[in-house]
Design a protein around this ligand. Structure first.
Ligand SMILES: C[S@@+](CC[C@H](N)C(=O)[O-])C[C@H]1O[C@@H](n2cnc3c(N)ncnc32)[C@H](O)[C@@H]1O
Length: 179
């Protein structure tokens, strides 16, 4: 019942569940052999991110909310590479926080008011630069997510690979790749 007990205390309502974190990790781990590094975006309370701290490829963690950055350092230690940055400022290169040629795992919201042309550009850029994106969403179907529908029309491959009901609300895992 991690989603009931690990409240975020930062204005957000509740965390993801451990079941969902484990699912995100299982899906992402299927790509570890293809990449030398990962970029995890949107650590929030850390319930999903905790599974990636000791992954077999190194992850850089990105979070823009100062309260979550502080909470993450308190929980996991200052040695874990968490950058207090906005996803939209990440470069499209193969530097440690660059979005090219890496595995991007994202818990950042991408639906509704979070959709933007800049979001499409960053996702398109990462996919065209050889990266795979594992994205969470509370919206269960590809065609309901404007970002996904748009990228599919551009020829990118987007699959829903799992949904975890033991999460409030139930959440799905999507994999985005260059076709
Ligand atoms: C849905 S919450 C994370 C859920 C997480 N699995 C949890 O259990 O807390 C989304 C997180 O993404 C962060 N975020 C949203 N937009 C971002 C951006 N542009 N760059 C970096 N982080 C962002 C938010 O601050 C928030 O912590």
């Amino acid at each position: 019942m991690a989603y009931l007990t690990k409240l975020k205390h930062t204005g957000s309502v509740i965390s993801s569940s451990n079941q969902f974190g484990a699912k995100m990790f299982t899906v992402a781990a299927g790509f570890f052999q293809d990449y030398g590094r990962g970029v995890f975006v949107g650590t929030g309370s850390g319930v999903v991110a905790q599974y990636f701290i000791q992954a077999s490829i190194p992850f850089v963690f990105i979070e823009k909310h100062p309260a979550f950055v502080r909470q993450f350092h308190e929980r996991f230690g200052a040695h874990v590479p968490l950058l207090p940055k906005d996803f939209f400022t990440l470069p499209m290169d193969d530097s440690s926080s660059g979005l090219a040629e890496c595995l991007v795992v994202s818990c950042m919201p991408v639906t509704g008011p979070f959709y933007s042309e800049r979001l499409v550009e960053q996702f398109r850029g990462a996919l065209n630069s050889g990266s795979t994106i594992v994205q969470m969403s509370y919206t269960p179907f590809v065609r309901q997510v404007r970002l996904f529908e748009r990228l599919q029309k551009e020829g990118f491959r987007i699959e829903r690979v799992g949904t975890v009901l033991m999460n409030i609300p139930p959440a799905s895992v999507f994999v985005l790749r260059k076709a």
